[in-house]
Design a binder for this molecule. Sequence first.
Ligand SMILES: Cc1cc2nc3c(=O)[nH]c(=O)nc-3n(C[C@H](O)[C@H](O)[C@H](O)COP(=O)(O)OP(=O)(O)OC[C@H]3O[C@@H](n4cnc5c(N)ncnc54)[C@H](O)[C@@H]3O)c2cc1C
Length: 468
Amino acid sequence: MTTPALASRLADIVGTANVLVDDAAMLPYTVDWRGAYRGRALAVVRPDTTEAVAAVMRLCAETGTSVVPQGGNTGMCGGAVPDATGTAVVVALGRMDRILSVDALDNSMVVEAGCVLSRVQDAAAGVDRLFPLSLAAEGSCQIGGNLATNAGGINVLRYGNMRDLVLGLEAVTPDGSIWNGLRALRKDNRGYDLKQLFIGSEGTLGVITRAVLKLLPRPSERITAMLGLGSAIAAVQLLSRLRERCGDIVSAYELIGRPCFELVWRHIPDTRDPMAGPHPWYVLVELAAVGESERLRENFESVLAEAMEREWIADAVIAESVAQAQALWRLRETIPEATLAEGPAFRSDVAVPVNQVPRLLTEAVAALSARWPHPRIICFGHLGDGNLHFNVLAQSGDELDPVWSAAVADVLYDAVDRYEGSFSAEHGIGQAKRAALVRYKSEAEIALMRAVKRTFDPDNRMNPGKLL
Ligand SMILES: Cc1cc2nc3c(=O)[nH]c(=O)nc-3n(C[C@H](O)[C@H](O)[C@H](O)COP(=O)(O)OP(=O)(O)OC[C@H]3O[C@@H](n4cnc5c(N)ncnc54)[C@H](O)[C@@H]3O)c2cc1C
């Protein structure tokens, strides 16, 4: 079918204004936020109901057209960007942004897939509940994208990742059928849990259209602090002690190497070093308690005093106001932006068991330095989950050299593999990490994944060139 003919039939479903075919108009949907992945599309379609998504999917099935689901296009692996063939329709979910219900009694809410994460958090707060998924892209990423990538973020340590925050899902399969699994059940053992297959499927099995999300009690007291440390081992020791003394109220525990902050101070306006002297490592820690919490600060301060005595930490700044806490978080959250401003970089998202993080760091730095003297490593991450963004700035040039980048990946991922870790902890595979998937997953596991893909999408039309 020609593009005008397909566009005309898509317009019959969603209206002319919601079908884009002009290259310039499609640009925000065909390039990712970093400009690292550029593709082409036959059309971008913007449905606003599940039924419209289903009708689009039926039309694409009838015409043999590929489909690329897209949320906020904030993904890190090029998963939401179409390939270069220009043969796929991008289904952008941004108009499906209704919050359908928020139930404080049941601690659940029903939302459409195009809801921006921060709106979902606000709606939960509106009934004095917490939707705990939190990441630096929360002002743009959408619940559908969070589900499709099984997003993690800063609160996984306490609340789990997206997979743990969902009760039910609705999705449209590649043939245009609607699967309604929108159940608010906390127990349901009637066979395979299909929603879990869609979560983390990166748009390769169908389009997620609605979800029932779990809500939690909203903390009434928070402590946010930045700590200066001499080593990553000290950060692991302190985390263990904190959890021993304070329990599971430790909700975020972010490890940040000093070079990250140096980039932030250079590139992000109105940021500054909150500490008197420099430290090789920093930890941004947050504790959040519900109800009786007078002893929260007392306990925290006594752990910090012990940590000082044991020389695990050299300095600590505790936020005394919401504004101060926000300023500390801004330093952490703007690291990706500051890295982008500095120049091209190899980026990673690896995970190993928490207690192995220091060894991995030592090993990876030594292995990289042996091949490329003085690598500029920008390392930060969710230490509480053993998840590091171990990034390496390119030594020269305005473009990332793919050969160098692949060689750095091999060195790092081989080290991660020796610790039985993951080369993709929370960002997924997209188009960026397909080679690594084949290299580090067993043949048996890949074969099972392919079998699942064939069952849902026998014609391989859903997000081709991604994940598998
Ligand atoms: C500054 C910054 C910080 C970030 N920090 C984190 C972090 O801490 N933790 C983390 O996990 N991620 C992080 N990310 C990555 C990103 O924000 C997440 O992966 C997010 O979940 C993607 O959501 P999105 O709506 O932008 O999805 P998109 O980028 O639009 O899509 C991502 C994938 O999901 C698929 N998809 C999107 N919507 C649907 C749908 N409705 N149905 C089926 N498939 C769909 C797409 O096809 C694609 O494969 C960060 C990104 C940025 C820019």
